[in-house]
Design a protein around this ligand. Structure first.
Ligand SMILES: NC(=O)c1ccc[n+]([C@@H]2O[C@H](COP(=O)([O-])OP(=O)(O)OC[C@H]3O[C@@H](n4cnc5c(N)ncnc54)[C@H](O)[C@@H]3O)[C@@H](O)[C@H]2O)c1
Length: 379
């Protein structure tokens, strides 16, 4: 068996998502298992951790037995032993950082959103391709068990003709006054690349198009439910981005659906994220892990409202659960495995930077729709 070592610069290694999902749940396990099996080869990631805080970096490097770490991003990019650059740092610096990495000749893999605008994202794609570099975007949610089950239902034709969908997402994020906020303050600042539209709609693009088909047009409204917050240092600040968004989506196949996302709502749903799909032959509701179905044959004939008495029907009990059909694998790890095989062996990788730019396109369309108060077509 041949060992292929691949040098990966992990920028934002101490951040929330970089340290947990990408390092702890994806790259560290791949290394601990002696690499990723690919035919007769094993692809072994060699990591160079990059962040801003030396102490945190040293601690995390020690925890995973990683020899290489630095706070010097430019120095890291100059190191020829590392051919891949991955960005999981805060959103606002992404465009400049990816540009530098491309100029340094690195293959790039990026957290979402890959760019602040479609135009800038496409420029990145062109720059990377002009240099013959491989590229990828993190599109992890498709690999969640609940959404894999939903995709499976589409594949086996469970729904018949899909007639509509409803995506609901969110929970209450404290404003920091009495209880510390559970999201970083840059999420609520335009200068930090924050705002719910740009943070979450890139996900909704590949989830919807990956499972249900191409989006034709959207109309969207966004607002700020909590205009004032307290940051990590206890300082009050004004929120200048949206924290709540409602969108109507038209698919190319003629079906319509809605998306309601909010960091200022309280949860009374099956999960923090749910996607209901209705079809002529059945409906399904997927959460992050579970997925429930009701087929046409099981659909109760509801006579209508009872205004006099509460009928006390448990509507949820009328749905069945889709079983777990394959063993769980961390969704970020699925992405890494696909990207590493793409870089090392040229295996096709659907979540490339172009896909990441289309993810941005949905967010951009929503922003334009709100600004001009009209339907926007997704090119
Ligand atoms: N795929 C997903 O589901 C998912 C989930 C969460 C976050 N993300 C993305 O990952 C990225 C990081 O998000 P996070 O929640 O881990 O953020 P975070 O704030 O926890 O970490 C970000 C990293 O960036 C650095 N950083 C933070 N503020 C900075 C600043 N002002 N200047 C320079 N560097 C700074 C920090 O050192 C840290 O290492 C974002 O782009 C976000 O959109 C993706």
């Amino acid at each position: 068996m041949t060992v292929r070592t691949i040098g990966i610069i992990l920028n934002g290694a101490t951040g929330r998502i970089g340290s947990t999902q990408h390092l702890q749940n994806a790259l560290a396990p791949i290394r601990a298992e002696g690499g990723l099996a690919h035919g007769e080869e094993r692809i072994v990631p060699r990591l160079l951790l990059v962040g801003r805080d030396r102490e945190k970096l040293a601690a995390i490097a020690k925890q995973y037995g990683i020899a290489d770490w630095t706070t010097d991003l430019d120095g890291a990019l100059a190191d020829r032993d590392f051919s891949v650059f991955f960005d999981a740092a805060a959103t606002h610096a992404r465009l400049a950082t990816l540009r530098k990495a491309i100029a340094a000749g690195k293959h790039i893999y990026s957290e979402k959103p890959v760019a602040p605008s479609v135009a800038e994202g496409l420029a990145l794609v062109r720059e990377a391709e002009a240099r013959g570099l491989k590229h990828g975007a993190v599109e992890d949610k498709l690999y969640l068990p609940g959404l894999s089950k939903l995709a499976y239902l589409v594949d086996i034709g469970f729904f018949g003709r899909i007639v509509g969908f409803r995506l609901e997402f969110g929970w209450w994020v404290f404003d920091g006054v009495h209880t510390p906020a559970q999201r970083p303050s840059w999420n609520y600042r335009a200068s930090g690349g924050g705002g719910l539209t740009f943070d979450m709609y890139p996900h909704w693009r590949y989830v919807i198009e990956g499972i249900l088909g191409r989006i034709r047009a959207i109309v969207s409204a966004a607002w700020t439910a909590q205009p004032e917050r307290i940051d990590e240092r206890g300082k009050r600040y004004a929120v200048d981005v949206d924290d709540s968004v409602a969108t109507i989506v038209e698919l190319e196949n003629g079906a319509f659906g809605t998306i309601v996302s909010s960091w200022a709502t309280r949860v009374r749903r099956d999960d923090l994220f749910t996607l209901q799909v209705d079809g002529t032959h059945g409906s399904a509701v997927a959460g992050l892990h579970r997925c429930h179905v009701q087929s046409l044959a099981e659909t109760p004939k509801i006579p209508g409202f009872s205004v006099n008495v509460d009928l006390g029907v448990d509507y949820r009990a009328q749905w069945g659960a889709v079983p777990d059909l394959s063993p769980y694998k961390n969704p970020y790890r699925v992405g890494w495995e696909g990207f590493l095989r793409h870089v090392v062996a040229g295996t096709p990788f659907a979540s490339d930077l172009r896909a990441g730019v289309r993810d941005v396109a949905l967010a951009e369309a929503c922003r334009l729709s709100m600004a001009e108060r009209r339907w926007v077509t997704l090119e």
